[in-house]
Design a protein. Structure first.
Length: 256
């Protein structure tokens, strides 16, 4: 009997430990994105915006170089839910380059095979295409490159924080000999999923880091307040149900 009691906490605690470990990994991944990837992408955007024009024979590494090229082909291809708008450009040396534009409008919608356009190179990649006074950036344009890792970081931070908080609560309850009730798991899970969705969507729907943070905070505040209020209501119901059960037991005892 004593051996069974000694091994029982290990069987009940390992899911808590696994959940806590997963939450910690997600938070560390979010911290890496926020401290390394996002600042690096924003630095690239500033470098591109302030890059000087290349000299005539200079390779476009840290400078910007406009080159006249010819459109050989244009195509729209679907990859899952994403639409890619490709321009195949014939470069002066005879080579061809396939460029993914950042949408169907502006230059992509106006050009046809055989048209001459101006491609702006930076770090050996085409970053923008000009045609008759119109400019359209490509999918490799550095200004927007921070958005996806920033969105992933906010989403992972909310989800990892929820998992870590829930696992700590579950470990505390397990140590006291009582498991979490169903609503103590479901309610934080729903709140964490919503917070993760809000965090992920904020950078994709806004144009600046500060605006994304304000948007995420505005979306998270009612979720947090609503969750706290619901937890308080559910906790107040439990003592009342205990009192009713005690009164019912007392009445049965007196009747017997």
């Amino acid at each position: 009997m004593s051996a069974r009691r000694r091994h029982r906490p290990r069987r009940t605690r390992w899911p808590v430990i696994a959940t806590a470990a997963l939450g910690a990994v997600l938070i560390l991944a979010a911290v890496f994105l926020l401290s390394v990837t996002v600042p690096g992408k924003r630095t690239d955007a500033r470098t591109f915006a302030t890059a000087a024009a290349c000299l005539p024979d200079e390779t476009p590494r840290e400078c910007r170089k406009p080159v006249e090229v010819v459109v050989k082909k244009k195509a729209t291809e679907a990859e899952g839910r994403t639409q890619h708008h490709w321009l195949t450009l014939a470069e002066p040396g005879g080579a061809s380059r396939r460029v993914d534009m950042n949408g169907p409008s502006s230059v992509f919608g106006a050009v046809s095979p055989g048209d001459r356009v101006t491609a702006t190179y930076w770090r050996l990649e085409v970053r923008a295409v000009d045609f008759h006074g119109r400019r359209q950036f490509t999918a490799d344009e550095p200004k927007e490159a921070y958005r996806l890792p920033f969105a992933a970081a906010l989403g992972l931070l909310a989800l990892g924080g929820t998992l870590l908080w829930t696992s700590v609560r579950a470990g505390f309850r397990t140590g006291r000999g009582r498991a979490l009730r169903s609503w103590e798991i479901a309610l934080p899970a729903l709140a964490g999923a919503w917070l993760s969705a809000v965090g992920f969507g904020a950078p994709l729907l806004t144009d600046a880091v500060s605006t994304a943070l304000v948007f995420a905070a505005a979306g998270a505040l009612p979720v947090v307040l609503g969750t706290v209020w619901r937890v308080k209501v559910l906790r107040q119901r439990r003592p009342e149900s205990k009192r009713r059960a005690a009164r019912a037991a007392a009445q049965e005892t007196s009747a017997a």
